[in-house]
Design a binder for this molecule. Sequence first.
Ligand SMILES: [Zn+2]
Ligand SMILES: [Zn+2]
Length: 337
Amino acid sequence: MEQRVLRFETHTGVRIYSLPVEVFPQFYANVYLVIADGLVCLIDTGSGHGNSNTDLVAGFAAIQALWGEKLSLADVNQIILTHAHIDHFGGLGFVRQFTQAPTAIHIADRRVITNYDGRLLFASKALSRFLRHAGVSAEQHQHLMGMYLHNKDAFRPQPIEQTFEDGDRLCNLFEVIYTPGHCPGQVCLRLDEVLFSADHILARTAPHLAPEMITPGTGLEHYISGLRQVAKLDGIELTLGGHEQPIENLAQRLEQIFASNQRKIDRISDLLKAQPQTVAQLSAAMYRGLQGYDQLLGIEKVGAFVEYLYLRGYVRPVNIAPDNDDRDPINVMYELF
Ligand SMILES: [Zn+2]
Ligand SMILES: [Zn+2]
């Protein structure tokens, strides 16, 4: 799909530019530039990988050429990160070469940026435990962990000057709607009739989900609560996601997402009705032929759904021995309950 810089203007005259940046090969994110009296705010920074930084600079050149906005990264006086995933914050070091603008993020995601290495260590141990719980083979475990850690040491921790929480008002302009699930500190930002939905709500695809067993604040339960928060908002006429195209009919998109979640729940229930299975077996049945990083994402996603069903008492583990062994259970089989 063609990647274009887009311009929007809210009813109060705030200008918004959507700058497409290639954050990973053939995978684009939208960085937003918001301009209001005295404010030049960048929402997200791209990944800092590959073409991401040059695409960001090219975005500024495009808004100058197409709309006469004489701005560069040096004019940015506020940075807001929608959540701490590398495709959204990885370009922070690059952006800071041009500007001293303060950077703001939800309090629950600050540590990912300020304590990147420590958090990575914690998260990788938790992922390793989850994969054993999920029933992947020893060989697959090594392969998936290797993929998870690949390139992860490229980011250097950065200071964060500002944090925010649900309901806060930023720059006297944005209302924070806290929508964890995809990430513990994921937020949506409301500005007039526009909602910046980050990765919480995308036009075509469902965002990645992983179980809370790996990182508290993620998982399907939080994600669905976050969707309900957004569904309560009145008067949103345009939704701008962290990837993909703008969403004009938010209510309709929410309906599709709720229906898609229900289909996955039904599919997992059907598979478990046939026989008890591990998360890895369910994932293999649901996402046949997934390779590489997608395989890891598939197992995490099914893990998030199984965890949700377990939390709600619809499934239960069948093979955990009631002994005094305090090691984490491995190869856990679930059955419908
Ligand atoms: Zn994300
Ligand atoms: Zn993303």
